[in-house]
Design a protein. Structure first.
Length: 355
């Protein structure tokens, strides 16, 4: 884990903290990496033989609120394996891993954004394991070498106040009209990792036209409203008519609670952001960790994901009946590698335009 400090600095802890902060806030709302060694096969068998199980599986997870607890409880009931779970923001999780790098404790890590998992693999800090469910997952949601699995995902859209908006916006460009003047917001990408990823992905697809839209939105009064949940609350309260690039599962939970809010997915495309889980290369409880990966991808695990209004990773498991399905959401044409290489520069320019 000696590379972890540099990894965290490269990812930008302040940004990643808010990526999962939104998930912890949802709980407050009351709603429900390396390529391995030459002697290690894709199932991590060599690693399993070199570690002694402690009897308690240690999981560090960023949420979202409620789902992590339900997954762990069901896993313990099904397997009899005891779990010690630490839940915090992504920044909390990364910070704790850094503090423990001399004496690693975690076996499984769950984050809210895919790029950190890709970095962990690149730094040789994850263990390969080919789950029996790997061939049932959405393309692009898991590592081809089986180092991480995006077992759930949220989609970003335009959340709007149903008492204030008669006709839902069909695309991002609808927000530059007079109707939304000084009443549009976006989660602050320095506090929301999903918003940060979205800005880079949108520029990846649209290029200069994307920057033109950002400038028009800024001129129309686009404001930064903190992480995902604070931004959504400005819409629910009526302070803003709409927030762009907010996570969908929070909206669905608030609809269930009777709030005047809904979400539209733009015709030109948006992001669906997988939430990765992976086994650390330093894990002691390898067999238990592999069982946990299998469980969150199993029928029961994916049902728990769907119940939390997130998108299941498996193509043969239906999303919650009250939310948009994977097939109904038009996606941006972007590359994760582009985001890894260009997001910091794009973020700097975005903030210079909006602030």
């Amino acid at each position: 884990m000696k590379q972890l400090k540099g990894l965290i600095a490269g990812l930008g802890v302040l940004t990643l903290t808010a990526c999962a902060q939104t998930e912890m806030e949802q709980e407050n709302d009351g709603s429900n990496a390396g390529n391995g060694t030459a002697d290690e096969n894709a199932n991590g068998e060599a690693a399993a033989e070199s570690h002694d199980e402690t009897g308690t599986l240690t999981i560090y997870t960023s949420g979202p609120g409620g789902m992590a607890e339900n997954l762990v409880e069901a896993f313990e009931d099904e397997t009899g394996i005891e779990v010690d779970m630490y839940q915090g923001t992504t920044g909390d999780v990364l910070g704790r891993l850094e503090a423990e790098q001399g004496n690693p404790i975690a076996d499984v890590v769950v984050l809210a954004s895919l790029p950190p998992a890709m970095e962990f693999k690149d730094q040789g800090m994850t263990m390969a394991y080919e789950s029996e469910y790997a061939d049932r997952l959405q393309d692009g949601w898991y590592d081809d070498d089986y180092h991480f699995y995006g077992f759930s995902a949220s989609a970003l859209g335009i959340s709007y106040n149903t008492n204030m908006v008669e006709e839902p916006p069909a695309d991002w460009s609808d927000l530059v009209t007079e109707e939304y003047e000084n009443q549009i917001a976006v989660p602050d990408p320095t506090q929301s990792g999903t918003a940060r990823d979205f800005v880079a992905a949108y520029i990846n697809q649209e290029g200069d036209a994307g920057w033109d839209l950002i400038e028009e939105l800024s001129e129309n009064g686009l404001s930064l409203e903190g992480a995902n949940n604070p931004a959504l609350q400005t819409v629910i309260s009526g302070a803003n008519k709409a927030v762009m690039a907010g996570v969908d599962y929070m909206v669905y939970n608030n609809i269930e609670n009777g709030e005047p809010v809904d979400i539209a997915f733009p015709e030109s495309g948006t992001m669906i952001t997988p939430r990765p889980a992976f086994i650390l290369e330093s894990a002691e409880n390898v067999d238990s960790a592999q069982q946990y990966i299998d469980f969150i991808l199993s029928d029961r695990g994916q049902e728990i994901v769907a119940d939390a209004y997130l998108l299941p990773a498996r193509t043969d498991v239906d999303a919650h009946e009250d939310r948009a399905t994977f097939e109904e959401i038009e996606q941006l044409d972007f590359q994760w590698d582009f985001l890894e290489e260009n997001t910091d520069d794009i973020l700097e320019e975005f903030l210079s335009n909006v602030r």
